[in-house]
Design a protein around this ligand. Structure first.
Ligand code: ATP
Ligand code: ZN
Length: 225
């Protein structure tokens, strides 16, 4: 549990969500000194600390109450929730807002030379992914008996490397798939970054600070529309 009286927010340290997270916090009026490569950045004008970590760690930190808030892709959130559900760890969070950045889709793809394929083609195949729980749920719902190969990176090279027959990976423009000779199939999850809160947060001062930040967030989102 975060026993600090300062509101703790987890964001991605470096990656596709970092810049947007930093500019969002700035637009919310939270002044931070992010220049140093520190794990924690203290706000100079509000009782807020920002923890900069790998995106994969963000849902767990919020679910365990180590951080009060977090900004993370729904893809990582849904995967962590399913994984924790399976092993019986706490996985509840309150989703405060869907944000207007970090859009991507988790989609199936296979070697282009095979041409268009139906769902039946996946039966008995090996599918590489970083999102095994989401993929397994999809396969179960579609009644497809396929095996899932977990890879934490370079999923798009798995078919060429002979590690899998197909992949299930994040796509935004499709350029990476094309560059790797893959053809995009069904989308199994659409994702945006979202703001999540620890489900058991009951510190009045922190809750009232969050209640002050949320209308600002709404304003920032409306201004962009
Ligand atoms: P970390 O080192 O923090 O673990 P990472 O390499 O896992 O970083 P990034 O590639 O920076 O993660 O992606 C972070 C998030 O950005 C993704 O989980 C997803 O929500 C979002 N995203 C948006 N577009 C894409 C895309 N084309 N490919 C991958 N992720 C994307
Ligand atoms: Zn990651």
């Amino acid at each position: 549990m975060n026993t600090s009286t300062r509101l703790r927010i987890a964001i991605q340290k470096s990656g596709r969500l970092s810049k947007d997270c930093q500019s969002l916090l700035k637009q919310l009026g939270i002044k931070l000194n992010l220049r140093e490569q520190r794990l924690i950045a203290h706000s100079t004008n509000m009782p807020i600390d920002v923890l900069r970590v790998r995106d994969d760690d963000i849902p767990g930190l919020v679910m365990d109450g180590v951080c009060d808030l977090g900004i993370v892709g729904e893809n990582v959130l849904v995967e962590t929730q399913a994984e924790r559900e399976r092993v019986g760890q706490p996985n509840a969070v309150e989703k405060l807002s869907k944000l207007d950045f970090g859009y991507c889709r988790l989609a199936l793809a296979w070697p282009q030379e095979l041409g268009q394929q139906s769902k039946d083609w996946f039966k008995g195949k090996r599918i590489a992914t970083t999102y095994p729980e989401i993929l397994k749920q999809y396969l179960a719902a579609e009644n497809i008996d396929a095996s899932v190969v977990m890879l934490t990176g370079s999923v798009e090279v798995a078919p060429r490397a002979g590690l899998a027959d197909a992949i299930c990976d994040l796509v935004s423009t499709g350029a990476t798939l094309e560059a790797n000779g893959l053809m995009q199939g069904e989308t199994i999850l659409e994702s945006n970054a979202c703001l999540i809160q620890n489900a058991n947060l009951n510190d009045d001062a922190k809750l009232s600070l969050i209640n002050k930040l949320l209308p600002r967030l709404k304003g920032v989102k409306q201004a962009k529309e």
